[in-house]
Write a protein that binds this ligand. Structure first.
Ligand SMILES: *[C@@H]1O[C@H](CO)[C@@H](O)[C@H](O)[C@H]1NC(C)=O
Ligand SMILES: *[C@@H]1O[C@H](CO)[C@@H](O)[C@H](O)[C@H]1NC(C)=O
Ligand SMILES: *[C@@H]1O[C@H](CO)[C@@H](O)[C@H](O)[C@H]1NC(C)=O
Ligand SMILES: *[C@@H]1O[C@H](CO)[C@@H](O)[C@H](O)[C@H]1NC(C)=O
Ligand SMILES: *[C@@H]1O[C@H](CO)[C@@H](O)[C@H](O)[C@H]1NC(C)=O
Ligand SMILES: *[C@@H]1O[C@H](CO)[C@@H](O)[C@H](O)[C@H]1NC(C)=O
Ligand SMILES: *[C@@H]1O[C@H](CO)[C@@H](O)[C@H](O)[C@H]1NC(C)=O
Length: 478
């Protein structure tokens, strides 16, 4: 089982050889790519009986030829194996320019180390689709939505993985058009799977999405792990992972640098989300590291009208991030954010550790109901260490609709050189606290020795064992 993944020193060594011009092709190639005929093995929810390479369908990895037709033909062709053991499509080393394409069921897209799927910057490569029913409108404006780069609807058993291959959204042209107000339609997401179940997205590097990176919506039984996701910290709406009206979800071992929330848990927008009525529930977020100076490590909302409940988050790290867990909602949203459990956060350089906002605003259209008030209750945080913080808690609820059931225990917050005078601003908030430094607001009553809850049971997706799958590599060069 020859499987090569260079360690960092090897990469650095290769880089210095390149610089010195002392490059030995055979060493570099054998280090950087799997050898012809060698097996590549990888963990997945299901292995596949049939294997094909993008090059079998006319794919061209020169970085300038469009592979949209090749991807579409490959998926179309391989869909015939859905009832015959499924198929894996291998994207070999190279730069594969493409527009939007959809996946199929019982299917694996494997992006090899050294392979880059390059998203086309041509709007015509992303056919317009309807707004999401739980949003009523596109998120960037009232028009339709450009299809996501990689999409799929009503699928079962879909894997997008690799040995750290890359998907590059080439977002800069979209960000410019967005800033200049030149877009009539909502930007493409990088990956969007809708009405699907049994999904795995893993072992990839995702960079520069035009907007949100990974958007599973109306879907269930989802594993997203071992991902590196990066976009410039000033890029617009480049959320890392946005589970939206999804159930039984695991996010684990993910490193995210983003211009927006690293993880944003959602469930539809105002009257559209209320009538669609599909919550995000049963989720574990584990070992996520986030850098996002203007946004949150984990946001709950602001689109939460179908409800968000039973979310566990543990062992999180944020560096130079605006806030840790942020609850964002407003009158008109309806819905609920309840049973949120967080255990273990290590935070370095942050504006607010605890942040809740009951006046987030942003409505899809004037048809929202001001009487549709969200319920926020039973929010537990324990074992938090933070350093270089400007303000410990900026916690606002809604007048006449207090956010209740907060619990904060074992929280130690070190302040920055220029901290706010008022460290806790609690308005329309109620709950308990114990062993919190600096001392909390009186709304969070210290009743002595308590420990906030964290569920002991696992959610079902957390017990799924991955199989070891493989394919035989072909001779491929960059
Ligand atoms: C697509 O599938 C058919 C079988 O239905 C097969 O004969 C054909 O070779 C495949 N096309 C390509 C390009 O692999
Ligand atoms: C992908 O699937 C969506 C949803 O079914 C559909 O609207 C869209 O046209 C498909 N895109 C392509 C490129 O086939
Ligand atoms: C995927 O990531 C896991 C965790 O880092 C690692 O054990 C596994 O070998 C990786 N698989 C591939 C194919 O790179
Ligand atoms: C994958 O590639 C990214 C970008 O080069 C790198 O930062 C990350 O450490 C790699 N992950 C693994 C598991 O090798
Ligand atoms: C308090 O939290 C810190 C950081 O997570 C942890 O190391 C420590 O064990 C916790 N103390 C208790 C009593 O749980
Ligand atoms: C502390 O935070 C400030 C911003 O509030 C930042 O400029 C500074 O570099 C941080 N210091 C450390 C030691 O991280
Ligand atoms: C405290 O928060 C409330 C609303 O959340 C805001 O209106 C008020 O101005 C804040 N007070 C201070 C002193 O920042």
């Amino acid at each position: 089982m020859a499987f090569f993944q260079p360690s960092k020193p090897v990469t650095n060594l290769v880089a210095s050889f390149l610089l010195l011009g002392l490059i030995n092709i055979s060493i570099v190639e054998s280090r950087r790519h799997v050898l012809e005929g060698s097996d590549v093995s990888y963990p997945a929810i299901n292995c596949r009986k049939h294997t094909a390479f993008l090059t079998d369908f006319g794919g061209n990895g020169d970085g300038t030829t469009s592979n949209t037709a090749a991807f579409q033909a490959a998926v179309q062709n391989l869909s015939q194996f859905a009832d015959d053991g499924g198929a894996q499509l291998i994207v070999p080393p190279g730069k594969w320019l493409t527009g939007s394409f959809n996946l199929t069921s019982h299917f694996t897209l494997f992006i090899q180390y050294g392979a880059v799927i390059l998203a086309s910057q041509d709007e015509g490569e992303y056919p317009l689709i309807e707004p999401l029913p739980s949003y009523g409108h596109g998120r960037d404006g009232p028009g339709g939505r450009f299809s996501s780069l990689i999409g799929g609807s009503h699928l079962t058993d879909v894997v997008i993985t690799g040995d750290n291959g890359t998907i590059d959204g080439q977002g800069s042209s979209w960000w410019d058009k967005f800033h200049q107000g030149k877009l009539a339609n909502t930007r493409p997401y990088m990956i969007e799977l809708m009405y699907s179940n049994q999904i795995q997205i893993s072992n990839l590097t995702l960079i520069n999405s035009p907007s949100w990176f990974v958007h599973p919506v109306y879907s269930s039984d989802i594993i997203m792990q071992d991902l590196t996701i990066t976009a410039p910290v000033d890029s617009p709406n480049t959320d890392g992972i946005d589970p939206d009206s999804c159930k039984n979800v695991k996010i684990q071992d993910v490193f995210i640098v983003s211009g927006d929330d690293c993880v944003a848990v959602k469930s539809g927008w105002d009257q559209y989300g209320i009538s669609f009525g599909m919550p995000t529930e049963q989720m574990i977020i584990r070992r996520v590291t986030c850098i996002s100076p203007d946004s949150a490590l984990v946001a709950l909302g602001s689109e939460m009208s179908g409800g968000i409940t039973n979310i566990r988050a543990e062992d999180l790290t944020a560096i130079n991030t605006e806030s840790a867990i942020r609850i964002k909602t407003a009158p008109g949203r309806g819905g609920y954010v309840t049973d949120i459990f967080v255990d273990g956060m290590n935070l370095q350089t942050m504006k607010y550790v605890f942040w809740t906002t009951g006046a987030y605003g942003q409505h899809p259209d004037p048809g929202w109901d001001p009487k549709a008030l969200p319920k926020v209750d039973h929010i537990h945080y324990r074992n938090v260490v933070a350093q270089n913080v400007t303000m410990a808690g900026n916690m606002g609820g809604i007048d006449g609709d207090s956010f209740t059931g907060f619990c904060l225990t074992n929280v130690t917050i070190g302040l920055s050189d220029n901290p706010k005078k008022l460290q806790w601003n609690c308005t329309d908030i109620a709950g308990l606290s114990h062993n919190v430094t600096p001392k909390t607001c009186t709304n969070l009553v210290d009743e002595g020795l308590i420990e906030c809850e964290y569920p002991k049971d696992l959610i079902p997706i957390d017990t799924v064992q991955l199989q070891t799958c493989s394919f035989t590599a072909k001779n491929q060069f960059l």
